[in-house]
Design a protein around this ligand. Sequence first.
Ligand code: FAD
Length: 305
Amino acid sequence: MLRQALLVASRSDGVRKVMETAPLTRGVVRRFIAGETIDDALCVTDDLIGEGLLVSLDVLGEDVHDASQADATAKHYVELLERLAGAGFGARAEVSLKLTAVGQAFDEDYTLENARRICTAARSASTTVTLDMEEHERVDSTLRILHELRRDFPDTGAVVQAYLRRAEEYCAELAYEGSRVRLCKGAYAAPESIAFTDKDEVDKSYVRCMKILMGGKGYPMLATHDPRLVDIAGALAVLSDRDPGSFEYQMLYGIRPQEQRRLASQGAQMRVYVAYGEEWYGYFMRRMAERPANLGFFLRSVATR
Ligand code: FAD
């Protein structure tokens, strides 16, 4: 109930305006978000890479409805990638892209062109782009764009959301040689007809998907903070005879940071998803929806200001 309410609020302009003008402490938002500028993002990236972690950078912003804003976001990604190239991080720092930030809400061809510009800049920086998966209405379009991009940029990463009833089918289609696939539970509201809404069902689906990806020929990117699923991933790696370089774990910046470092210290590849920018509201609210304890932390910090 609370999760659904927070997810509805994450899409409400009214609540967003109230939240953005609320006396948020910088610390609360900064727990999950690296800052507002490219410099902030690079500083966090440098620290994480220095600690042996990998990074995927996300420029906050989504559901854009006009071309000038979409164009500005694409340019921002290109500038970010130029800066990453200058820093010489290579594939240790890639980018994650929400297609609705570059035009998907109004023009698929235009979105593809923007995504191509970003992939071209990523190639120059010797790194990759992963296409985040958003609301269920966007899945077909995102997969179409992914397949187009992979003709020229075969290392473009895909995302499968385990809560979708079709998740196993997507994993089977995507588990081919060279295919980078992130598996996550799914962060958006979706109807029962399309997605599992029961947590146990989602977890079971995640395990079934993981088996397909780990047993397949692609490069699985297991995005979860769930301790049980992380353990199962480790067991599946042994069973599928996968060496640590043939898959990676992924977690969000600010969530289970000690576990991120523990996995890296054991020789696993651990990528941290680092979001930054001014448009923090939707991203922040989805993190609140995932864990009521975060909401308590947020409300306490506002109340004690
Ligand atoms: P949960 O069942 O939510 O949590 C399991 C345990 O992890 C909790 O008991 C708690 O100990 C810990 N935990 C989880 N969340 C939090 C939190 N917010 N704060 C503190 N502790 C927490 N979703 C999409 O729909 N599309 C995407 O493209 C996408 N990309 C992602 C990329 C990465 C790298 C990650 C890590 C997640 C991504 N997600 C994406 C979000 C994902 O779908 C889940 O909503 C999110 O990861 C929470 O699910 P969980 O697997 O961690 O399990």
